[in-house]
Write a protein that binds this ligand. Structure first.
Ligand SMILES: *[C@@H]1O[C@H](CO)[C@@H](O)[C@H](O)[C@H]1NC(C)=O
Ligand SMILES: *[C@@H]1O[C@H](CO)[C@@H](O)[C@H](O)[C@H]1NC(C)=O
Ligand SMILES: *[C@@H]1O[C@H](CO)[C@@H](O)[C@H](O)[C@H]1NC(C)=O
Ligand SMILES: *[C@@H]1O[C@H](CO)[C@@H](O)[C@H](O)[C@H]1NC(C)=O
Ligand SMILES: *[C@@H]1O[C@H](CO)[C@@H](O)[C@H](O)[C@H]1NC(C)=O
Ligand SMILES: *[C@@H]1O[C@H](CO)[C@@H](O)[C@H](O)[C@H]1NC(C)=O
Ligand SMILES: *[C@@H]1O[C@H](CO)[C@@H](O)[C@H](O)[C@H]1NC(C)=O
Ligand SMILES: *[C@@H]1O[C@H](CO)[C@@H](O)[C@H](O)[C@H]1NC(C)=O
Ligand SMILES: *[C@@H]1O[C@H](CO)[C@@H](O)[C@H](O)[C@H]1NC(C)=O
Ligand SMILES: *[C@@H]1O[C@H](CO)[C@@H](O)[C@H](O)[C@H]1NC(C)=O
Ligand SMILES: *[C@@H]1O[C@H](CO)[C@@H](O)[C@H](O)[C@H]1NC(C)=O
Length: 734
C-alpha cells in the first residue's frame, strides 16, 4: 500500500515537472534540451530529461521508462545536482554532450575527446543514449558504457582481466539520492565468469560460475533461449555479460541502495512492474555468511554448519551465532601426514554435497569429463574439493571453501576431500583385492555356478517375485531366473532378459574398482568388466542413494530389451539383487563420441569416420522412430550417448529418458523436462512438448557438432554471442 502511494507520488511529481516535449529522439549542435522538455526514443519506449527525486528540489538529467510507473534507469550528473531549473543539455563545439546551468557552469559532460567533431546524441529504444560521429556514423560514447544502477537488455557488463577495465553498476546512495552508493555490481571474468555485488571492496553476493548456459548459483535461470543471457570473449581480452533484447517487453535489474538486485518486468495490462527476481534472495545468499568451510542451508537450524571434516574455528562464537570465523579441518588428510608411515588403504576420500552454490576462488581445467576430476584432485595435495560441470569441465579449490550454500533444488554437486576416517560407513573394498588368489578363484567358481544354476532355473517353474511398476510399463522380476517385462501398449509380448548375479559382476569388474570406471551416466557409474568366458562387458550400476534412478533403470530395461539394431547399444542382461540394480551392456572399445569430438583427439575422426557416424546415428534414430515395433523418442541424444565400437560404428545408448509412443500418437507433454541443455528443441525445453521432431532437433545439433568439432553450448564467435546453432543460421548457402 505504502509502495503504491509512494509510486503515485513519484508519478505525480513527474507529471508536474515534465511539461512539453520536443518530438525528437536526438540532440544536435543546433538544438538544445531545456529543463521541462524531454526527448523520446523513436518507439516511445524511453525518455531523456530532467527530474527530481521525490521530496527534493535537486534537478538531475536522467533516462526513464516512458510508462505510467516511471523508473529511472540512468542519471548523468548523479553527484552534482542542479539546484534550479535552468539546466540545458547541448552538444559542445568539440562534440561532447554537455549539461550546463544558466551561468554556463558545467555539471556533467560525456568527456570523450578534445579533438573537434560533428556529433549527434540520440536516445535509442533500448534505453541507450549514444553519441554518434556524424562523419562516419560510429558510436563514440554511450550511456550503456557508463551505467548507473540499472542492468538492461543489451547493456554489456564488461571485464577485461588484462587491463583491469570494468563496466560496473553503482547503486544510488539512498532511494532519493542518486549519488554513488556503497554497492557496485559487475562481471568478474577471471577463471570463470561470475557476477558479483560488492559492498565497497568486499563481496556481498555472488552468482556462481557461468557454465555457458546459466549462472550456476542462480537457481531460477534456465537456458539460453529462455533467459537470453550470454557471455562473450573478445580478442582484446574483454569478456562481456549481456542479456538479449526482449523486444517490447520492458525488463530491468536495478541494484538497490541496500545492495539487492531487483529484477522487474512491465505488465502492460495491469500497468505495474512485476518483481520477477531478487538477489541475494535470502540470508544464505549473502557472500560468505557461514565463513570459510561453512555451509549455509536455510532448512537447517542453525542455518550454518561446517562442511564434513571441519569443525568451528571458535566454538564459543559459533554457538552464539557469530559464524564469520568459519571452520577449520578436524582430521588431517592423508596428504598432510608423513607419507612414509601412512597406510595406502587410508587414501583420502570425497564427501559429496548436492544442490550447492560452489565456493568462490576456483581453478579450472576445461573440457574434462567428470570422472577425470576426482583423480586430478586426489593426486594434488593442495586440492580441497572439486566439482564438475559439463559446460565448464573440472573446477578445483585449493585456498578455502567460501560462500557455499545449499538450495532446496537445483545447484551443483561439490565433492569435498576428507580424511578416510571421516567417512566411517564406507566399506573398505581394497581389502578384498588383496585376498589370496585362491579365494578369487573360488568366487569365480561360485559365480559360474550361480549363472549355471540360474540358467537352469529359468526353464523351471514360475516363482513368486517382487513386482516393480513404473511409468511406461510394468516389469516383473521373477525369482532369480530372469526379468519379465510387460508394458501397457504391447501386453502380449514377454521378453526375457538374462539375470546376472552381483557376485559375478563384482568379480568381472574387480570389485568395481575405480581403474575400471568408464564414466558416469545419468544415474550412476559405468564400469568395464570381463566375464569369466573372456567377454568384455560394460556394467552400469545404479547408485544406491539415488531414488530417482530406479525409474530410469526400469525404463531402460523396458525400452532397450525390445530393440535390436546394429546402431543401438545392446543390453546383455541385468542384475537386481538386494539394494543393487545394474545393467549389463556389450563393451564398446572406443567409448563415447564426446571423448574425441571436442579436443585434441579430433584428428582421429577423419571425414569417412564422421560420415559413417552420422549415417549410423541416423539409421538408429530411424529405427527408433519408424522401423521398430514401437515408436520411441530418445529425448537425450548427445555425443556422450553415442558409443563407438572397435570399428567406429556408432551405437545410440542411454535410454533412461526414452518414451514409448502408442500407435498413432505423435506428440506428448511432460511436466518433467529432462535432457541436456544445448540439445533440447525449444518447444520441448520451454513447453515440455516432445515428439520425433525433438529428437531430430538434437540430431541436427549433433550433426553440426560432428562436422565442426565444436560444442554447441560453448561456441564463441568473435563478433557475436551466438551459439553454434545461431552462428550456423547466419551462414549463407552458396
Ligand atoms: C533528429 O530528430 C529529428 C526530428 O525528430 C529528425 O528529423 C532527424 O532525422 C533526427 N536526426 C537523427 C540524426 O536521427
Ligand atoms: C511516451 O511519451 C510520449 C511523448 O511524451 C507520449 O505521447 C506517450 O503516450 C508515452 N507513452 C507511454 C506508453 O506512456
Ligand atoms: C574527463 O576525463 C579526464 C581524463 O580522461 C579526467 O581527468 C577528467 O576528470 C574528466 N572530467 C570529467 C568532468 O569527468
Ligand atoms: C554537422 O553534420 C551535419 C550533417 O552531416 C551537417 O548538416 C552540419 O552542417 C554539420 N555541422 C558542422 C558544424 O559541421
Ligand atoms: C556494507 O559495508 C558497510 C561498511 O563496511 C557496513 O557497515 C554495512 O553493514 C554493509 N552492508 C551490508 C548490507 O552488508
Ligand atoms: C532491498 O530493497 C528492495 C526493494 O527496494 C527489497 O525488495 C529487498 O528485500 C531489500 N533487501 C534487503 C536485504 O533488505
Ligand atoms: C505480473 O504478476 C501477475 C500476478 O502476480 C501475473 O498475473 C502477471 O501475469 C504478471 N505479468 C507479467 C508480465 O509477468
Ligand atoms: C565474531 O567472531 C570473530 C572471531 O571468530 C571475532 O573476531 C568477532 O569480533 C566476532 N564478532 C562479534 C560481533 O562478536
Ligand atoms: C620417506 O622415507 C625416505 C627414505 O626412507 C626419506 O628420505 C623421506 O624423507 C621420507 N619422507 C618423509 C615425508 O618423511
Ligand atoms: C595443484 O593444484 C593447484 C591449484 O589447484 C595448482 O596450482 C597446482 O599446479 C597443482 N599441482 C599439480 C602438481 O598439479
Ligand atoms: C592455489 O592456486 C593458485 C592458482 O593456481 C596459486 O596461485 C596459489 O598459490 C595456490 N595456493 C595454495 C595454497 O596452493
Amino acid at each position: 500500500m505504502l509502495k503504491l502511494f509512494l509510486q503515485s507520488l513519484f508519478i505525480l511529481f513527474f507529471l508536474l515537472s515534465s511539461g512539453f516535449c520536443i518530438e525528437s529522439d536526438n540532440i544536435t549542435a543546433s538544438s538544445v534540451l531545456k529543463d521541462g522538455d524531454t526527448i523520446v526514443s523513436s518507439g516511445k519506449v524511453y525518455s531523456l530529461g530532467f527530474f527530481s527525486p521525490e521530496k527534493t528540489t535537486n534537478r538531475y538529467l536522467g533516462i526513464w521508462n516512458n510508462v505510467s510507473a516511471i523508473s529511472i534507469i540512468w542519471v548523468a550528473n548523479r553527484d552534482k545536482p542542479l539546484d534550479d531549473s535552468t539546466g540545458i543539455v547541448t552538444i559542445s563545439e568539440d562534440g561532447d554532450i554537455l549539461l550546463i546551468n544558466g551561468k554556463k557552469e558545467i555539471f556533467w559532460s560525456s568527456n570523450i575527446t578534445n579533438s573537434p567533431m560533428n556529433t549527434t546524441a540520440q536516445l535509442l529504444d533500448n534505453g541507450n543514449l549514444v553519441l554518434i560521429d556524424n562523419s562516419n556514423g560510429r558510436i563514440i560514447w554511450e550511456s550503456f558504457g557508463h551505467p548507473t544502477d540499472a542492468f538492461l537488455p543489451k547493456l554489456k557488463l564488461n571485464d577485461n582481466p588484462r587491463t583491469g577495465e570494468r563496466v560496473l553498476l553503482t547503486s544510488w546512495k539512498t532511494p532519493r539520492d542518486p549519488d554513488f552508493g556503497s554497492f557496485t555490481a559487475g562481471l568478474q571474468a577471471l577463471n570463470i565468469p561470475q557476477i558479483f555485488i560488492w559492498n565497497g571492496s568486499r563481496p556481498h553476493w555472488r552468482s556462481g560460475p557461468w557454465n555457458g548456459q546459466i549462472l550456476t548459483g542462480v537457481t531460477d535461470m534456465y537456458v539460453v533461449y529462455l533467459d537470453g543471457y550470454s557471455v562473450t570473449k573478445f580478442d582484446d581480452g574483454t569478456v562481456s555479460f549481456m542479456r538479449d533484447y526482449y523486444g517490447k517487453i520492458l525488463m530491468k535489474i536495478i541494484l538497490k541502495p541496500n545492495g539487492s538486485f531487483v529484477q522487474t518486468m512491465w505488465d502492460v495490462n495491469r500497468r505495474v512492474w512485476n518483481v520477477t527476481w531478487i538477489a541475494p534472495i535470502d540470508v544464505c545468499d549473502v557472500y560468505g555468511k557461514c565463513g570459510p568451510f561453512g555451509n549455509c542451508n536455510l532448512r537447517n537450524s542453525p542455518m550454518c554448519s561446517c562442511l564434513k571434516g571441519y569443525e568451528p574455528k571458535n566454538k564459543e562464537e559459533w554457538d552464539k551465532g557469530n559464524w564469520s570465523g568459519g571452520c577449520v579441518r578436524k582430521t588431517f588428510l592423508q596428504c598432510d601426514r608423513n607419507s612414509n608411515s601412512s597406510d595406502k588403504n587410508k587414501e583420502d576420500v570425497f564427501w559429496k554435497i548436492t544442490n550447492v552454490k560452489v565456493p568462490d576462488f576456483m581453478d579450472v581445467s576445461t573440457a574434462l569429463e567428470a570422472e577425470e576430476c576426482e583423480g586430478l584432485c586426489l593426486r594434488n595435495c593442495s586440492c580441497l574439493a572439486y566439482s564438475h560441470d559439463p559446460g565448464i569441465g573440472c573446477m578445483f579449490w585449493n585456498r578455502s571453501l567460501i560462500d557455499v550454500r545449499q538450495f532446496p533444488v537445483g545447484g551443483s554437486v561439490l565433492q569435498v576431500r576428507v580424511a578416510y576416517s571421516e567417512l566411517d560407513k564406507k566399506k573398505d573394498i581394497r581389502v578384498i583385492v588383496i585376498v589370496p588368489v585362491t579365494i578369487g578363484v573360488v568366487i569365480i567358481f561360485i559365480g559360474v555356478f550361480f549363472l549355471w544354476q540360474s540358467m537352469a532355473k529359468r526353464k523351471g517353474a514360475n516363482r513368486k517375485g517382487r513386482i516393480l511398476t513404473h511409468e511406461v510399463g510394468k516389469a516383473y522380476i521373477r525369482g532369480s531366473s530372469g526379468v519379465v517385462i510387460r508394458d501397457d501398449i504391447d501386453e502380449a509380448s514377454l521378453d526375457e532378459l538374462p539375470l546376472f548375479s552381483f557376485k559375478m559382476l563384482e568379480t568381472a569388474t574387480f570389485q568395481f574398482d575405480v581403474t575400471n570406471l568408464l564414466g558416469k551416466g545419468g544415474f550412476g557409474p559405468v564400469y568395464k568388466g570381463k566375464l569369466v568366458n573372456g567377454k568384455d562387458i560394460a556394467v552400469k550400476r545404479l547408485s544406491r542413494a539415488s531414488g530417482q534412478g530406479l525409474q530410469e533403470f526400469m525404463n531402460e530395461v523396458v525400452v532397450i530389451s525390445k530393440l535390436q539394431h546394429r546402431n543401438l547399444v545392446s543390453l546383455l542382461g541385468c542384475c537386481v539383487e538386494k539394494e543393487e540394480k545394474m545393467l549389463i551392456y556389450e563393451y564398446m572399445a572406443n567409448r563415447s563420441l564426446d571423448l574425441y569430438l571436442f579436443n585434441r583427439f579430433q584428428e582421429i575422426l577423419d571425414w569417412t569416420k564422421r560420415f559413417n557416424i552420422i549415417e549410423g546415428i541416423g539409421r538408429g534414430l530411424l529405427y527408433l522412430h519408424r522401423d521398430s515395433r514401437l515408436k520411441i523418442i530418445h529425448r537425450d541424444l548427445k555425443p556422450s550417448n553415442i558409443l563407438l565400437d572397435e570399428h567406429w560404428n556408432p551405437k545410440i545408448s542411454d535410454f533412461g529418458m526414452a518414451r514409448i509412443f502408442g500407435g498413432n500418437q505423435d506428440q506428448a507433454n511432460t511436466g518433467r523436462v529432462v535432457g541436456t541443455y544445448g540439445y533440447m528443441a525449444p518447444e520441448y525445453a520451454m513447453g515440455g512438448k516432445f515428439s520425433e521432431k525433438s529428437d531430430v532437433f538434437s540430431f541436427g545439433v549433433l550433426v553440426l557438432e560432428i562436422i565442426s568439432g565444436t560444442r554447441n553450448t560453448i561456441f564463441y564467435n568473435d563478433d557475436s554471442s551466438l551459439s553454434l546453432l545461431g552462428y550456423v543460421s547466419t551462414l549463407q548457402m552458396v
